[in-house]
Design a protein around this ligand. Structure first.
Ligand SMILES: Cc1cc2nc3c(=O)[nH]c(=O)nc-3n(C[C@H](O)[C@H](O)[C@H](O)COP(=O)(O)OP(=O)(O)OC[C@H]3O[C@@H](n4cnc5c(N)ncnc54)[C@H](O)[C@@H]3O)c2cc1C
Ligand code: SF4
Length: 422
């Protein structure tokens, strides 16, 4: 599968690096949750020192291959680039990606002896991997427990057009071979007994479940939950089904599955059915543009009433809506227009209306409303020595925010263990 975006050539990267203004107290660096030293790494590109650029990137950010490709830079570093006041922001993420593709992940890394303590990391997504790498760099022995495949959501669910297997494998191979003592391919359920075997535990299990859509017809053959379908398609265990697919939702997951289905079969009709308007879509702009370029279409202002069919899906009945005043989040509310039902003929319906934490796992662990794990300022849960971070704590975020959380947790865990509170 071809990638949407190509890596910059050496010449393009050199020209782009020339555009950086090397601002005092670089706003881009402050806006990057991982605090990548952006002006410094761009200067290294400019001087042709790509190895130095990688070392700078890698020292701040354990998942540079992933973020070089799928970080929503328009919401972070590039959103505050001073260069935008002259013409347009420096393409920081693309430079970031250029460095990862031009250099070797293992370049020049020297690790200290692993004598500081032992930590179990539960969940091999961005938060868990970042925490593991930081702890190993601080001299800890880390065991990783992962129920599916190391890499978390980016590896398991993000389309190969945006994040190809080659980049993913390069990253996870590097992280597990250097920073994990053992990788256990297992689902952890008993967190308390794990705590007994390690000096500390970091729980970064993400959002395992999908929000249900409470309408009739969800039991029909041809109805899928988006992340389940994404995982099956990405692992190759299932090709997307149906000729006429309706994806219910307006977030990144809806756009991701719509793009993947369309990319798999360009003759398939894929329509995103959303109850608000185009401005209210919650997906990243770039992803919406890519989906649209692939031929995904939209039915805005349509509120799903029921999935119709006999045994299998025949269509989705919706009510036309209109937009009203803005809510507290700044998005317009919608109001269904009575008597305006219509049916969209479909043979497959994909539900992509949200993700949620699995609050049935890890009994005894304190939770907030919504099932998210409750942590204190030191990222510790109600059970001493068990820390948590990433989406499992904050709800749906981004890779770079999960990375920042994993890094922060490593510092708290190191301080906890050093304080003798094992
Ligand atoms: C479809 C989709 C597309 C996205 N696209 C982007 C994007 O383009 N850019 C971006 O920045 N962000 C994107 N995100 C968000 C981003 O992927 C997440 O914010 C990020 O992965 C969260 O990292 P995490 O480590 O907290 O959790 P996760 O990535 O969810 O990792 C958690 C890991 O824990 C494992 N696990 C769960 N329970 C257990 C258990 N009991 N025992 C052992 N292992 C367990 C899971 O298998 C998983 O590997 C996307 C999210 C989705 C769903
Ligand atoms: S990780 Fe994201 S926010 Fe940070 S420098 Fe890279 S592209 Fe920018």
């Amino acid at each position: 599968m071809d990638e949407f975006e190509k890596t910059l050539t050496g010449q393009q990267a050199a020209i782009e690096a020339e555009r950086c203004l090397y601002c005092h107290e670089a706003p881009c660096q402050n806006a990057c949750p991982a605090h990548v030293p952006i002006p410094e790494f761009i200067l290294s590109i400019r001087t042709g020192n790509l190895h130095g650029a990688r070392v700078l990137l890698q020292s701040a950010h354990p998942l540079i291959e992933t973020c070089g490709r799928i970080c929503p830079e328009e919401g972070f570093c590039q959103s505050v680039c001073t260069r935008a006041k002259i013409d347009k922001p420096v393409c920081i993420r693309e430079l970031h990606r250029f460095v990862t593709d031009a250099t070797d992940p293992a370049d020049g890394l020297v690790l200290p002896p692993a004598v500081s303590g032992t930590v179990a990391v539960v969940g091999g997504g961005p938060a868990g991997l970042a925490c593991m790498r930081e702890l190993r760099c601080l001299g800890f022995t880390c065991d990783l427990f992962e129920q599916r495949s190391v890499g978390g959501v980016p590896g398991q669910e993000v389309s190969q057009m945006r994040y190809p297997r080659t980049a993913e494998e390069r990253e996870t191979r590097h992280l597990t071979s250097l920073f994990a003592s053992h990788v256990y391919a297992e689902r952890v359920t008993d967190i308390a007994s794990l705590r007994g075997r390690y000096d500390a535990v970091f729980v970064a299990t993400g959002l395992a479940l999908e929000v249900e859509l409470r309408i009739d017809g969800t039991e029909l053959a041809g109805v899928w939950h988006a992340r389940d379908l994404l995982r099956k398609m990405k692992s190759g265990s299932l090709s997307g089904t149906g000729r006429r697919v309706g994806v219910i939702g307006g977030g990144n997951v809806a756009v991701e599955i719509a793009s993947m289905l369309r990319e798999e079969d360009q003759t398939r009709d894929v329509i995103i059915v959303y109850r608000r308007g185009i401005k209210e879509l919650r997906a990243f702009r770039k992803e919406i543009d890519e989906a649209t370029a692939l031929g995904v279409t939209y039915q805005f202002l349509a509120v799903p009433d029921r999935i119709v069919g006999e045994g299998c899906v025949h269509g989705l009945e919706v009510t036309q809506a209109r937009l009203c005043e803005e809510d507290e989040s700044g998005r317009c509310r919608f109001e269904p227009l009575p008597g305006s039902h219509f049916t969209i003929p479909l043979d497959t319906v994909v539900i992509a209306v949200g993700q949620r934490a699995d609050d049935g796992v890890f009994p005894g662990l304190g939770r907030r409303s919504g099932g998210f794990i409750d942590v204190g300022e030191d990222m510790q849960t109600n059970i001493a020595g068990i820390f948590a971070g990433g989406d499992a704590v904050h709800g749906a975020q981004t890779v770079v925010e999960a990375v920042a959380d994993g890094k922060k947790a490593a510092e708290f865990i190191a301080a906890y263990v050093a304080g003798g509170r094992r």
